[in-house]
Design a protein around this ligand. Sequence first.
Ligand SMILES: *[C@@H]1O[C@H](CO)[C@@H](O)[C@H](O)[C@H]1NC(C)=O
Length: 85
Amino acid sequence: MPVPWEALIPFGLVTVMFGAAGTLLNVSKRAQNQGKPPRYHIDAWDEMMMDRDKRLSGHIRGQSSNPAAPEDFATNSVWYTERSR
Ligand SMILES: *[C@@H]1O[C@H](CO)[C@@H](O)[C@H](O)[C@H]1NC(C)=O
């Protein structure tokens, strides 16, 4: 059976390039999420919780085990206003 050896170079290139793109996307997403897997299907509740986490820990993916909130937590919330039409 004839083997198309000349097709292996582009095949290898395509394989390596897909692998590089996927790995770079993985690294980029994890770097933005403090090394954790990215979140998907985020709803309004999740956004509120991530906003709270950001106010508690400084990052939307950060977590805190301290039972007492930091002092500025009482005043650093954002009051969302109604969007004008
Ligand atoms: C992304 O990287 C993490 C750890 O570095 C690994 O566990 C995970 O399987 C990778 N995901 C993909 C889709 O390669």
